[in-house]
Design a protein around this ligand. Structure first.
Ligand SMILES: Cc1ncc(COP(=O)(O)O)c(C=O)c1O
Length: 343
């Protein structure tokens, strides 16, 4: 086995207890799919004896209409996580510099390390990236996340432009972008080295079906598609994703609820005295002891405990925004804890 595999940390997905539990740990959409999506999924089952169409024309057409981009600028993946790996595969050679501002999503490190990259991990307080290190180091690949997991903030446009000017390629992970209302997607037309990464797992709530896509110029898309695992997205996933785009109004309503809740919960956490990171995603990061995580777990509420991540010193909780009643359960418990231990 390659020695690098021994030093890669396994992906930490948190805990998944059984029983009557509220899951606010994986930044999923707490709402069920639209009725049309459920129907499309069920109807597709009669076709699962066949392989899906290898080029996914229906799905690509639906995404192209959703975004207003050409089909030739779209590559598909089995979840956006799989595309992170494929982007590294087509770009990174041994000892190439890969710059990954921290704190951010851990999978970037895994796949860059698997390519034997030379990692640059500049740390930015609250992920407020500044461009100096990119100007100095001229990375082969830079990977930024906007809105960023786990801090929740977006990357400023002028910073992303500077990174694009100084890197051979830039991957911009926009898995949570629909909750932010502003995107860096048009950098694909401004620079020829930018790859935007999107997911059906968050806004469209199809985390269980594993569908992601990338938007980039034609040459990059062709490379990504050439080495994609054939038939990577199963037929029910394709049918559901196409239907989800057709149910856009439903998902916009869902987003409205999630964004309203995000603002309400953030304010409440501040009122309770927590140090809260302003979020443009569907989760909130705040400083809290591990004890609080464990207390929530005892009450059947699972959030993510983040302890001493690279660039995030100390103990934090990352809470996905759930339905109102779920968020209320968390807030009630935190309020009672705060009452017990006045600061
Ligand atoms: C920043 C970021 N990118 C990508 C992903 C992967 O999403 P998926 O593979 O479900 O598309 C996640 C999942 O949590 C994420 O937080």
């Amino acid at each position: 086995m390659r020695s690098v595999v021994r030093i890669i940390n396994p992906y930490d997905a948190g805990v998944f207890p059984e029983g009557d539990v509220i899951f606010l740990n994986s930044n999923e959409n707490p709402y069920e799919p639209s009725e049309d999506v459920k129907r499309a999924y069920i109807e597709s089952i009669s076709r699962i004896n066949r392989y899906p169409d290898a080029n996914y024309p229906m799905l690509k057409k639906a995404i192209s209409e959703y975004l207003g981009v050409e089909v030739e600028n779209l590559a598909l993946g089995c979840g956006s996580s799989e595309l992170i790996s494929r982007v590294c595969d087509i770009i990174v050679e041994e000892l190439d510099k890969v710059a990954i501002p921290m704190p951010s999503y851990s999978l970037y490190l895994t796949y860059a390390m698997l390519r034997d990259a030379s990692l640059l991990l500049p740390v930015y307080d609250r992920y407020n990236i500044t461009p100096e290190i990119f100007e100095e180091e001229k990375p082969k690949l830079s990977i930024i996340c906007s809105p960023n997991n786990p801090t929740g903030n977006t990357v400023e446009r002028r910073v992303a432009e500077k990174i694009a000017e100084n890197s051979e390629y830039v991957l911009i992970d926009e898995a949570y972008v629909e909750f932010a209302g502003r995107s860096l997607i048009d950098l694909v037309w401004e620079f020829d080295n930018v790859i935007i990464l999107r997911s059906f797992s968050k806004f469209f709530g199809l985390a269980g079906l594993r569908i992601g896509y990338a938007i980039a110029r034609k040459e990059i898309v062709e490379a990504l598609e050439k080495v994609r695992l054939p038939f990577a997205i199963p037929t029910p996933g394709v049918a559901s994703a196409v239907s989800a785009i057709r149910s856009l109004d439903y998902y916009l309503e869902v987003r409205k609820k999630i964004v309203e809740e995000r603002e309400r919960v953030s304010k409440e956490l501040v009122r309770l005295g927590f140090e809260v990171y302003p979020s443009e995603a569907n989760f909130i990061l705040f400083k809290a002891d591990r004890e609080l995580f464990e207390e929530l777990l005892r009450q059947g509420i699972v959030v993510r405990n983040l302890n001493n991540l690279i660039g995030l010193e100390g103990n934090f909780i990352r809470m996905t925004i759930g339905k109102r009643e779920e968020n209320d359960r968390v807030l009630k418990l935190l309020e009672s804890k705060c009452r017990d231990t006045p600061t």
